[in-house]
Structure formats: structure tokens, C-alpha cells
Design a binder for this molecule. Sequence first.
Ligand SMILES: NCc1[nH]cc(CCC(=O)O)c1CC(=O)O
Length: 320
Amino acid sequence: MSVSSPTRSIRIGSRKSQLALVQTYWVQEELQKHHPDRQFDVETMSTQGDKILDVALAKIGDKGLFTKELENGMLDGSIDLAVHSLKDLPTNLPDGLILGCVTERVDPADALVVNEKNRAYELATLPPGSVIGTSSLRRLAQLRHHFPHLTFKDVRGNVNTRLAKLDAGEYDAIILAVAGLQRLGLGERVHQVIPAEISLHAVGQGALGIECRAEDPEILAVLKVLEHAPTRDRCYAERAFLRELEGGCQVPIGVNTSIDNDTLTLTGMVASLDGKRLIKDSVSGSPSQAEELGKELARKVREAGAGEILAEIFAEVGRG
Ligand SMILES: NCc1[nH]cc(CCC(=O)O)c1CC(=O)O
């Protein structure tokens, strides 16, 4: 009957948050440019993480909070791929799914965002007792380490909700990823880009990770056109470091990576929640050995005292 075999449309899964949608539509557009003969549809889903807004993220512990519904969709065939902020994608994926593509990273740094009242300050000059909003243990521990005179308060919700709480005066300043603000067209809200010496960024921050079925070579080939090899190598090293150290709950771990003259350098840190102890070290090697570098750095910081810090955090979280 049919003369040409009709190719099925490719269904891209996304969370419904504005940031997720901006990222997903970007991927859809880029894939469409590279594959003008294929059709790409976007399918949105609410994830558990979008629904539970009243519990501190660190206490939930479930790493797959923002990804599980999308992953089930790929496994049951209702979608073909899912676009994630790579930093929200767990380092261990369910059987049958893989990280099919890592896109080119934008600025992975964190930003200080202030309200009208605090325009005159930077992190180092904020008056003692200033209230800083962040829900990330990584940001909390590093900022406490450098600025013990500041006060830290949990802030939940999507980027726009957090900005609204800041502008309403619930906080003097909040910490957000530069990347998220820029993608939302809110780059002018970046008041200060926080230097790496003060805060190492999250694993995968600033990059998109596209997840797909491991046994779907057609989709995998479609995706690969968006892969950025240096970002992939850097993020594989970062993810291996985190995978070796985390124990299924959120931990204060930060990283920084660079590639110069075909040498990948990975810096990583583990901090105690009170910010009093902070273990930081670096390794360098070939980008083709990215995962081995991540594991090597994990061993180094563990031996230097990170193991003890993590054991304390796991015990704490276990007690609830
Ligand atoms: N956890 C939420 C989240 N996931 C990804 C981003 C920003 C974009 C990115 O880091 O790639 C954000 C917001 C933030 O941390 O400010």
C-alpha cells in the first residue's frame, strides 16, 4: 500500500516549568534544523518535584524527583526522549535508559540576585544578618564557610516564584544559577557572578542532558547532532565524582572543570553543612579518561576527610 515507509514523529518529553519548556523548545528547534524531514512533538508532564513544593528539597532525598515521570514515559514508549537540566538528572539512571546527549554548556556559575533595597551590596559587603535564600546544601555550606555572619533561609518554587519572594522582601538576596536566569531572559537580574573561589557550581550546571532508551539507535543517532564533546567530557568527569561520593541523598558537593590543551582539570569539594570543614582538591588528565578522573578525585577527597563529612550527613538525613 504505502510507497515510502512513513517515519513516526519523535516525541520529546518535558517538565512544565517555564525553564524546562524554554530548554525543551530550544532542543526541538535545533533537532528540527538538523533533521528537516522528521517531525518533533513536545509532550509535557508534571513531576513529583513540581507538586511537592512545601518540603525542603534536601529532606526529600529522592534524586529522581524531577525525572521519574519522564523516565516512565520513555520506558513505556509514550515519549522518545526527555530534556533535563543536567544538574537535575540523577547520576544513576534506571535500567534501559541512558544519557544520550550533552549539549554545549553556558556559564555554569551561581549568581547573587538582590532586591531593590540591597543594590549597593555584593556578597562580601552584605551586612551581618542579611537573609540569603537558597535550598541547595552545596550553596549553603560554601557560603556559610566564607560568610558565617550571613543568615540562610530555605527558598522553594521555580525561578519566577523565588524572584517574587525576594522582591516581596522575604529575603535580602537569593542565589540562582546564571544559566537559568539567562535562558529565561532574566540575565539582568544577575547582580554578581559568584567566583569559583567562593562557590563551586553543581555537577552538570549550565548544560542540558537528553535522556533516551539505551536500545533505541534511531533516536540516539537523531540526538547526537546536538552533542558538544568538551561539555560531555567535563560533565562525565563531574558526574563520576558525584556518583562516587553521594549515597542517594543531597550532599554539599561542588565542582569546576576546564579543558586546556587536551587536558581536563576537575576541581571538587565536599563541605560539612555548617560550612566549618571544606575539603577541596583537583585532578588533571586526558578528556577521554573523564570518568576515571572523577573517581580518582573522589578517592582523594574521601581520604582527605570527605568520607567522615558524608557519613555524618547520611546519618543526619537517615534520622529525618
Ligand atoms: N534546581 C533547579 C534548577 N535546575 C536547573 C537550574 C538552572 C539551570 C542550570 O543550572 O542548568 C535550576 C535553577 C537554579 O538552580 O537556579
